[in-house]
Design a protein around this ligand. Structure first.
Ligand code: COD
Ligand code: ATP
Length: 199
């Protein structure tokens, strides 16, 4: 039986960096953020529901959803965030589960889901891994990657379960406070165990 591995972490903790490396090693990784983008694409059912819920002001000049603008709303207001989650999550889950069921017939599958524990999706995985960094490193990397103010970065981090809690709830932790080579070494070890069926 092949396994479904839930890969999570906090915003900018290094999930995509870990996922890209895991894919290079020949495993399939399904990324919840990619499905989330599909759900908000112009013309999709989610797109129309988002306009209905948040108004036309959420569109850019080309009629696409202005993601940074929507982010500013939802990362600063739990009710607005819930509204977006209620629209997007069922569809994200439906698409992702369908792909998971196909790929897991062939090999182990990784699900890169930022909100794995928040949404109780860990229960559907055979094992869970958290990509962990200290809040200091997380802030620094988030600000540098997204060009956010310290305040906006803190709002995004604060909208998720603390990384320390995810760390303690997961079966395995990849510590990403070192350099990327250090992260990749931990992943190599994990993949070796996975292939030898030791985990
Ligand atoms: C708010 C949106 C438009 C912002 O888009 P943007 O391009 O700026 O960010 P991106 O989609 O790349 O997400 C970056 C990170 O933000 C965090 N994040 C995104 N949405 C949420 C949320 N609803 N709650 C908590 N954290 C979130 C995740 O860690 C994610 O990896 C977008 O994130 C979105 O549509 N979110 C709702 C869907 C969702 O919950 N996605 C998370 C994975 S299921
Ligand atoms: N070990 C590391 N050392 C230095 N920078 C790193 C390291 N790991 C990742 N980064 C950088 O930190 C940023 C965040 O990493 P990444 O995009 O992989 O995080 P993420 O968890 O997928 O984020 P999100 O949840 O927002 O999609 C990126 O700019 C990445 O290049």
């Amino acid at each position: 039986m092949y396994k479904v591995i839930g890969l999570t972490g906090g915003i900018a903790s290094g999930k995509s960096t870990a996922s890209a490396y895991i894919e290079e090693q020949g495993f399939k990784v399904l990324d919840a953020d990619v499905y989330a983008r599909k759900v908000t694409e112009k013309g999709s059912p989610g797109y129309h529901k988002i306009i209905e819920a948040f108004g036309n002001g959420i569109l850019d000049d080309d009629g696409n959803i202005d993601r940074p603008a929507l982010g500013r709303i939802i990362f600063n207001d739990p009710d607005e965030r819930q509204k977006l989650n209620d629209i997007s999550h069922p569809e994200i889950r439906r698409m992702m589960n369908a792909d998971r069921d196909e790929y897991v017939k062939e090999n182990h599958v990784f699900l890169d889901i930022p909100l794995l524990f928040e949404n109780g999706l860990d229960k559907q995985c055979d094992a869970t891994v958290t990509v962990y960094v200290t809040e200091e490193n997380q802030m620094e990397r988030l600000i540098e990657r997204n060009g956010l103010t310290k305040e906006d970065a803190a709002a995004r981090i604060g909208s998720q379960m603390p990384l320390s809690e995810k760390k303690s709830r997961s079966d395995r932790v990849f510590d990403n406070n070192g350099d990327k080579a250090d992260l990749f070494r931990q992943i190599d070890e994990f993949l070796k165990e996975l292939q030898n069926d030791e985990m």
